[in-house]
Design a protein around this ligand. Structure first.
Ligand SMILES: NC(=O)c1ccc[n+]([C@@H]2O[C@H](COP(=O)([O-])OP(=O)(O)OC[C@H]3O[C@@H](n4cnc5c(N)ncnc54)[C@H](OP(=O)(O)O)[C@@H]3O)[C@@H](O)[C@H]2O)c1
Length: 300
């Protein structure tokens, strides 16, 4: 699908995307690149980074891949420094790397819980911490007339209510959203950096979705979706363009839910025609029933 944004909305910007070698992260890299940005990708597997960089450069997008694990502060620091050395500045950080699997709370080990928090929550904060000095207004490589940079953290909708077998990711993404709001307050005020998030619903054709909803589950999940389909990686990338470009220049501290309204959906207890019939009956009954102050009792 064609982008509704002008092709230069991120012209000259440098974006560092964790987990940008696959899935949603790769689509964000592709769309950022198509809209003028140069891309640095961080991930653990060299082969994934290489194929992503090859695919981006093949369509004319400047791209480089740096190996690193967001759980290790020294890796985060090295990747941020390498990105700065390579491009001479950093404008946008996208925290997209995450780990996930299905596990009931009673079967999940504390170590499994901690691992997901280490990647999603602590990894997000560590990357923000390391990149701060390059995103501040007036930071090295930024022109004095530029605003501060932007941070975008990819969250989820699981923790907005509660989700079966996702206690670890729910807890981790709740912390990501809290980090988004707190950094928006502190770094928006002090350094002119905008910090926002995106909470995707189930997105088709992703590793995340295939782990959480294998094919045999998907058709049932779709029954509950107001827009009756899975989202596309493109939907998340367009929201990312909005939030990181000047289109979103007054947006700070929000996590934009991009899920077709799924998180609001509830099972429908009664079909619509039954509701109409039922409310007619109830209305009629209420009109024929006397209401008002109770009659004085003869005993009083
Ligand atoms: N897919 C969905 O339906 C969905 C729904 C809601 C939210 N989300 C969120 O959207 C984001 C992307 O999801 P996806 O399904 O596109 O995932 P994905 O394809 O599995 O991508 C995850 C990426 O993160 C990298 N990564 C994982 N652990 C890392 C670590 N410790 N350090 C550095 N990089 C790491 C992986 O590369 P390496 O393994 O090579 O490191 C991979 O490239 C995640 O934050 C996810 O929670 C997805």
């Amino acid at each position: 699908m064609e982008s509704p944004f002008k092709a230069d909305v991120l012209k000259g910007k440098v974006a560092l995307v964790t987990g940008g070698g696959s899935g949603i992260g790769f689509e964000i890299c592709t769309q950022f690149g198509k809209h003028g940005a140069s891309i640095a990708i961080m991930g653990r597997r060299r082969s994934v980074l290489d194929s992503a960089v090859d695919a981006l450069t093949a369509i004319g997008i400047p791209a480089v891949g740096f190996e690193g694990d967001v759980r290790r502060q020294e890796d985060c620091k090295r990747v941020v420094e390498s990105t700065f050395q390579h491009y001479g500045k950093i404008d946008i950080l996208v925290n997209n790397a995450a780990g996930n699997f299905l596990a009931s709370a009673e079967d999940l080990s504390p170590n499994g819980f901690k691992t997901v928090l280490d990647i999603d929550s602590v990894g997000t904060f560590t990357m923000c911490h390391e990149v701060l000095k390059y995103l501040k207004k007036g930071a090295p490589g930024r022109s004095p007339s530029d605003s501060g940079g932007a941070i975008l953290s990819i969250s989820a909708t699981l923790h907005l209510t509660a989700s079966w077998y996702q206690i670890h990711v729910s807890a981790a993404k709740a912390a990501v959203d809290a980090t988004t709001r707190n950094l928006a307050l502190e770094w928006g005020t002090d350094y002119d950096i905008r910090v926002n998030g995106i909470a995707p619903g189930p997105i088709g054709d992703t590793v995340g979705m295939s782990k959480l909803a294998p094919d045999e589950m998907t058709s049932k999940a779709r029954d509950y979706m107001p827009l009756y389909k899975l989202g596309e990686k493109w939907d998340i990338a367009m929201a990312a363009l909005y939030l990181t470009s000047d289109a979103g220049k007054f947006v700070n501290g929000t996590t934009l839910i991009v899920d077709g309204g799924l998180w609001l959906s509830r099972p429908r207890h009664l079909p619509k025609d039954q509701v109409r019939e039922l409310s007619r009956v109830v209305e009629k009954r209420s009109r024929t029933t006397l209401v008002g102050a109770p009659k004085p009792s003869s005993k009083l």
